[in-house]
Design a protein around this ligand. Structure first.
Ligand code: PGA
Length: 270
């Protein structure tokens, strides 16, 4: 449950390298039908989906056709921080805004692990996103080795401080952070809710050393499923979830949204 009214909960699905254009179309139509059946639309969290590049244009078109572009926001999973140039295989912020895509995932651990992204490149991408009015969802998280050797807090602080270097105080409410412990991603091992909450609070405290981050949303990600979302969303410093596996099926993704709405509204004082 978010403790600031301006931190509207966000449930975001990262599809990684899954789904064709046809599968994207079918998913969005099914999700939209489920959402239309939810009794109090104003209690729903914000919803975001990050399809692969090849399905972005289709996703944007479908949410527009369904009249759902404000309800289901679409984002890209990665981009190059430079404006344009000889960077084979890359996509720039300008190309994403050309599709009217509003969000961009930055520094996911799979990008850091398999494509050599560093804290510095994450910072460059965060700055490029903001220059182009894209909302960056910046991922941070420790590996199992770092956790076991007691380095979690230092790693998180360094990743957060480096990610926001050069940002203006007015950028802070616009960005979203996601705490994704690497050992919890795709492993079925969810981080225990109290610990996830503690690290999300640490992320906000760290941001607050640079500029006011009371309204900055901090999500948790790593093996979030319909059977553990309620426990996570009850925590005051967890403002939503970044979901991989459980976002691929429209029924389980809808359950995450529904349970978030119920949890948040059950815990908000009248
Ligand atoms: P998972 O992935 O939910 O499948 O663990 C989370 C993520 O990578 O963002």
């Amino acid at each position: 449950m978010t403790s600031s009214p301006s931190r509207v909960p966000l449930i975001a699905g990262n599809w990684k390298m899954f789904k064709t254009t046809g599968e994207t179309r079918d998913f969005l139509a099914t999700l939209h039908t489920s959402l239309s059946g939810f009794p109090n639309a104003n209690q729903l969290p914000q919803i975001a989906l990050f399809p692969p590049f090849t399905a972005l244009s289709t996703a944007m078109q479908v949410v527009d056709e369904l009249g759902a572009s404000q309800q289901i926001r679409i984002g890209a999973q990665n981009m190059e921080s430079r404006e344009n140039g000889a960077f084979t295989g890359e996509v720039s912020a300008r190309m994403l805004t050309d599709l009217s895509v509003p969000l961009i995932l930055v520094g996911h651990s799979e990008r850091r692990q398999y494509y050599s992204e560093t804290d510095e490149s994450v910072n460059q991408k965060t700055q490029a996103a903001l220059r182009h009015n894209l909302t960056p969802v910046v991922c941070v998280g420790e590996t199992l080795e770092q956790r076991e050797s007691g380095q979690t807090d230092e790693v998180i602080k360094t990743q957060v401080i480096t990610a926001v270097q050069g940002l203006a105080p007015t950028d802070f409410p616009l960005i979203v952070l996601a705490y994704e412990p690497v050992w919890a991603i795709g492993t079925g091992k969810v981080c225990e809710a109290d610990e996830a909450n503690r690290v999300c609070a640490l992320i906000r405290q760290t941001l607050n050393t640079q500029a006011n981050a009371d309204n900055t949303r901090v999500l948790y990600g790593g093996s979030v499923k319909p059977d553990n979302i309620e426990e996570l969303m009850k925590k005051p410093d967890i403002d939503g979830a970044l979901v991989g596996g459980a976002s691929l099926d429209p029924a389980s993704f809808y359950q995450l949204i529904e349970k978030t709405a119920q949890t948040v509204h059950a815990t908000v004082p009248a």
